[in-house]
Design a protein around this ligand. Structure first.
Ligand SMILES: [Zn+2]
Length: 272
């Protein structure tokens, strides 16, 4: 697996985390950091939702700043109303739903259309970006433990089309790490029942209580689905440990912001 590269945008005050193996396939993407926005207090400063109590005007300005800094088409977002499942939807043409109102209930979204940016919001859950071998199709997935249990990243990968998954790529963004992600016996048992004893040996750390490695779990699932290990990129940072960089639901409770993972097919992508 390969590691991240930090890119500064040419305009504005924002930075993103990005992965070379997605860039090489022509997929413009980023995992946002919490600074460079206008939100205050618990939401300081680059927060992408008003659902937890942030001022909607400030949230709108944060979206605008990202669009400007990353040179993304204004208000051409395809988002989903995330429900911790494994349903994948295709981005509709001209999608524009900034605050997840009227967004379809799903946890992954794929497209081969240029000019539409896919987005997933997280604050500990794992954001996964997948791309076909030729970069003509891309997807984003929201993988907390429930979505991971249901195999949401593999579903997104399969929805890209394009045949052999061996040349496809996946980027695993910042998420709560095994250092901090304690889960109960019921979570361990659910994974053992569905994915087997070998799987849980790889992805749970034996302790009291269990600790789950979300990135490892999704990587193992993607490799079992046919992805090559060398085509998986990982941002090796824990959202709960790194208060300077990320919002964290586990660390800060309900009243905290959300980061955005986004992706769009660009020059190499085919229009449809
Ligand atoms: Zn941690």
């Amino acid at each position: 697996m390969t590691d991240m590269v930090v890119h500064e945008y040419r305009r504005g005050r924002l930075s993103r985390l990005a992965l070379d193996l997605l860039e090489k396939r022509g997929v413009s993407h980023g995992f946002t950091l919490r600074y460079g926005g206008v939100s205050r207090g618990a939401f300081a400063s680059l927060n992408f939702t008003s659902r937890q109590g942030d001022d909607p005007e400030r949230v709108r300005e944060n979206w605008r700043r990202l669009e400007e800094a990353a040179a993304l088409p204004s208000r051409r977002w395809a988002l989903v109303s995330q429900i911790h499942g494994a349903v994948v939807v295709r981005a509709a043409a001209g999608a524009a739903c900034h605050h997840r109102l009227d967004c379809p209930p799903a946890d992954a979204i794929v497209t081969s259309r240029r000019g539409v940016t896919l987005g997933i919001l997280t604050a500990d859950c794992l954001p996964v970006i997948v791309a076909s071998a030729d970069g003509a199709a891309a997807g984003v997935a929201h993988a907390g433990w429930k979505g991971t249990l249901e195999g949401v990243a593999v579903r997104a990968l399969e929805s890209l089309g394009g045949g052999d998954p061996a040349g496809a790529a996946a980027g695993l963004g910042p998420a709560i790490g095994a250092c901090c992600y304690q889960v109960g016996d019921e979570v361990y048992e659910a994974f053992r029942e569905k994915w087997g004893a070998g799987f849980v040996r790889k992805v749970f750390k034996r302790s009291e209580p269990w600790r789950l490695d979300l990135q490892k779990a999704n990587a193992v699932q993607l490799i079992e689905a046919g992805l090559k290990t060398g085509n998986i990129g990982v941002v090796p940072l824990c959202t709960c440990c790194r208060k300077d960089l990320f919002f964290s639901h586990r660390r800060d409770g309900e009243r905290t912001g959300r980061m955005l993972a986004y992706a769009c097919v660009s020059s190499a992508g085919a229009a449809d």
